[in-house]
Design a protein around this ligand. Sequence first.
Ligand code: AMP
Length: 296
Amino acid sequence: MQIIKNASEMQKISRELKDKGKRIAVVPTMGYLHEGHLSLVRHAQELADIVIATIFVNPKQFGPNEDFDQYPRDFNRDNSLLESIGCDYIFYPDVSDIYPLSYATEINMSGVANVLEGESRPGHFNGVALVVLKLFNITKADVSIFGQKDFQQTLVIKQLVRDFNLDIQVIIYPIVREPYGLAMSSRNRYLSEVEREKSSIIFVALDEAKKAVAKGERRRKMINSVILTTLRQVPELKIDYVYTAKAENLEITDEFLPGEEIVMLIAVWMGRTRLIDNSMTKIPITLNDNNFIEGI
Ligand code: AMP
């Protein structure tokens, strides 16, 4: 495995790999890797000849009062984890290499970037889109792998790829969880053991809502209410949002249609740690009283 610090060197290597006919996958991360990230890399290995994991804590996606400075970093640990699973390259640039003093171009996204995380973290997705576009250009990847954990981010990236006609495939990998249900996240290290256990209610809430949908609940407010009632069992959790919407575009409607894919998204604060999670499910196609299949 090679560690590349410099963007133009990475670009040169990628160009040479492409000239040799290699298919490149990129897995963008902010480091402090866990099993969720490693699953993305392993999946990338199945999809391409060469895998580039990028490690970059992108200042442009953090708000002024957010945890950019405290964000956990441990390059040596990340390096050995990626080495142990046979990743080919780590692209690990300095901030000054990605955003030199002369840097002047920003991205301003609307649509799917404006709700939820976009509302709670103004400018966040502009920063995400910007760095991802740069990482795509630097690595020249044919395929990129993102986690469903950051569901809204996956929609933002797909939008970016469509809007800029980027020639790259976007693959979404399912959420990897702790044995007790909490979605793995680098930020979980901010939590005490007790807080981690208490935070697993987030997964329980999503599961309860999924069961309600499987039993026939299609009303958005009722699905949200199942989640909220469950989350409130842990008073230490401060709810930022609970949101159920069409998975395709985050559009909301009072009642979802049979066959529709929906996503339930949660953001909460546990102490000073912000946690997000989500779950997708399909509104069942049921036989009505006249034995007609609804939704067709
Ligand atoms: P981050 O380092 O938090 O920016 O995450 C890098 C990539 O890993 C993103 O595409 C995330 O969605 C993905 N990721 C983070 N946590 C998980 C998880 N628990 N399961 C699957 N993918 C994840």
